[in-house]
Design a protein around this ligand. Structure first.
Ligand code: C2E
Ligand code: MG
Length: 417
C-alpha cells in the first residue's frame, strides 16, 4: 500500500468479508473458492477489482489486501457526502450479477469507512478503524456501508470476548439444541422438526444463533459446531424412535461456510454413526447459499440426495434466487420466509406474494412449508392455498427434546390402515 499523501481512506470489503490477519484472508479466499470453484473465485476477485476501479478517479487507489478484501483510497475527497456517494457506487457495482463458468451469480459487499484526519492519523490506525467499521456494516446485515465511530471500539472488544468464549463453548458443553415442530396442515400431525442451536453462556444466559453465527462463520468455528449439531440431531431423532415415537424428518440448517465439498462425506459419517435412516434427515440451506455456481450446487446437492437426504430451501422470498435457479437444483422442500408470511393480513398485495410463492413451489412439485406462522388467520389462509406444512409460534415455539417428545405423542400421524 502507498503511504497516503492526503488520505481520506475507505476500506471496501467484498463478498462475505471476514476478519483481519493472514489466516482470515486465506479462509475468505478458500470460502470464495468453495462457493465458486478455484477459477470462479479468481474470476470474481478480478471482476470486482475492475468494477471498483471504475467507481473511483484515476488518482484514487484500489488495492486487494488478499482473500476477498479490498482497500479503496479516495484521495482529496471534498466531504463525507462525496465519500458516501463513492461507497454507494461500489456497493451497487458489487451486487450486479456476474457470470462465472457460464453461471449467473451475485455477491454482496460490506464497506467500512474511516476518514483522515478526524478518525485516525496514521496508516495503521486508518486500516484498523476501517476494519472495525466494516464489521459494523456486516453486523447490520450484508450490503451495508458504515462510517467509523469511536463507540465501535467498545463493541469490537465485546466481539473479541465473545470470540474467545465461543472457542470454549463446544469443549465446555455449553451448546444445546432446541427443536421446533412442523405440522402437516391436512392431517394435523407433526411431519418434521427443525434443530435450532442455542448457546448456554455462563454469564450471558441463553444466546441465540443470530448473535454468534456470523462470528462462528468468520472464525471457522462453524465447522466443528456444525458437525456437533448434525451428530446431536441425528442421535436425538434416533432416540425418539427408540422411545416408540413416530418417525419424523429432522431438519438441520447449513450456512454458506458449511457448504463445502466435504459436506456429503460428513453427512454420511453422521448418519452412519447414529444409525438414523437417511430419509429422515433434511438439510436446510438459505437462498443465498444456493445462489453461487449452479453447477457446483447441483453436484453437491446431488451427492447429498444420493445418500438419501432431503434438501430444503430456507427463508425463501428474502434473496434473489431466480425461478430458473430453483428449478435446476434438486430440492424437496421450499420454506417460505417469515417476512412473507407476516404480510398475510387480509391486505391483497401481501397475501398475493405468499400465494404466488406457494403456487410456484407446488408447480415445481415441492413440499411447501410456511415459516413463522403466528396467527390463526395466517394458518387458515395458508390452508386455503394448499400450503403443505406450517412452522411457527402459533403451533409451537422451539422446545427442548423432552417437550418435543410430548408434542410428538399429542400430534402423531394417524396409523396407516
Ligand atoms: P431459520 O433456519 O430461519 O430458523 C427459524 C428461526 O425463526 C428460529 O430462530 C426460530 O426460533 C424463529 N421462529 C420460528 N417460528 C417463529 C415465529 O412464529 N415467530 C418468530 N418471530 N420467530 C420464529 P433462531 O432459533 O434464533 O435461529 C435463527 C437462525 O439461526 C435460523 O433461522 C438459522 O438460519 C440459524 N441457525 C439456527 N441453528 C443453526 C445451526 O445449527 N446451524 C446453522 N448453520 N444455522 C443455524
Ligand atoms: Mg431453518
Amino acid at each position: 500500500m502507498h503511504e497516503p499523501r492526503d488520505p481520506k481512506q475507505e476500506s471496501a470489503r467484498s463478498p462475505e468479508a471476514v476478519s483481519t490477519g493472514e489466516e482470515a484472508l486465506r479462509q475468505s479466499k478458500a470460502l470464495l473458492d468453495g462457493t465458486f470453484g478455484h477459477k470462479g473465485g479468481d474470476t470474481l476477485v478480478k471482476e470486482m477489482a475492475s468494477r471498483f476501479s471504475a467507481c473511483v478517479r484515476a488518482s484514487d487507489v484500489v488495492a486487494r489486501l488478499g482473500g476477498d478484501e479490498f482497500v479503496v483510497l479516495v484521495q482529496e475527497a471534498g466531504d463525507v457526502e462525496q465519500v458516501n456517494t463513492v461507497a454507494r457506487k461500489i456497493l451497487s457495482a458489487a451486487v450486479k450479477p456476474m457470470l462465472t463458468a457460464g453461471q449467473e451469480c451475485r455477491v454482496t459487499a460490506s464497506l467500512g469507512i474511516c476518514m483522515f484526519p478526524q478518525d485516525a492519523q496514521d496508516e495503521q490506525a486508518l486500516m484498523k478503524n476501517a476494519d472495525t467499521a466494516m464489521y459494523q456494516a456486516k453486523a447490520q446485515g450484508k450490503n451495508n456501508v458504515q462510517f467509523y465511530s469511536e463507540d465501535f471500539d467498545a463493541q469490537s472488544l465485546e466481539r473479541m470476548d465473545l470470540e474467545s468464549s465461543l472457542r470454549q463453548a463446544l469443549p465446555r458443553g455449553e451448546l444445546l439444541l432446541q427443536y421446533q415442530a412442523k405440522q402437516n396442515l391436512k392431517t394435523g400431525a407433526i411431519s418434521g422438526v427443525e434443530a435450532l442451536l442455542r448457546w448456554q453462556h455462563p454469564e450471558l444466559g441463553t444466546v441465540l444463533p443470530l448473535r454468534f453465527l456470523a462470528l462462528a462463520e468468520e472464525t471457522g468455528l462453524i465447522v466443528p459446531i456444525g458437525k456437533w449439531v448434525l451428530k446431536t440431531a441425528c442421535e436425538q431423532n434416533d432416540g425418539w424412535q427408540r422411545q416408540g415415537l413416530s418417525r419424523v424428518v429432522v431438519a438441520v440448517n447449513i450456512s454458506a461456510r458449511q457448504f463445502t465439498d466435504e459436506l456429503p462425506g460428513q453427512v454420511a459419517e453422521a448418519l452412519h454413526a447414529s444409525g438414523m435412516d437417511p430419509h429422515l434427515l433434511e438439510r436446510e440451506l438459505t437462498e443465498g447459499t444456493v445462489m453461487g455456481n449452479v453447477a457446483r450446487v447441483v453436484r453437491l446437492l446431488g451427492a447429498l440426495k444420493q445418500i438419501g437426504v432431503r434438501i430444503g430451501i430456507d427463508d425463501f422470498g428474502t434473496g434473489y434466487a431466480s425461478l430458473a435457479q430453483i428449478a435446476r437444483i434438486p430440492i424437496d422442500t421450499l420454506k417460505v420466509d417469515r417476512s412473507v408470511i407476516r404480510q398475510i393480513d387480509g391486505n391483497t398485495r401481501g397475501d398475493s406474494i405468499a400465494q404466488a410463492i406457494i403456487a410456484m413451489g407446488k408447480a415445481l412439485n415441492l413440499t411447501v412449508v410456511a415459516g413463522g406462522v403466528e396467527t390463526p388467520e395466517q394458518r387458515a389462509y395458508l390452508s386455503e392455498q394448499s400450503c403443505d406444512e406450517v412452522q411457527g409460534y402459533h403451533f409451537s415455539k422451539p422446545v427442548l427434546k423432552d417437550a418435543l417428545a410430548d408434542l410428538l405423542r399429542q400430534h402423531a400421524p394417524l396409523p396407516a390402515r
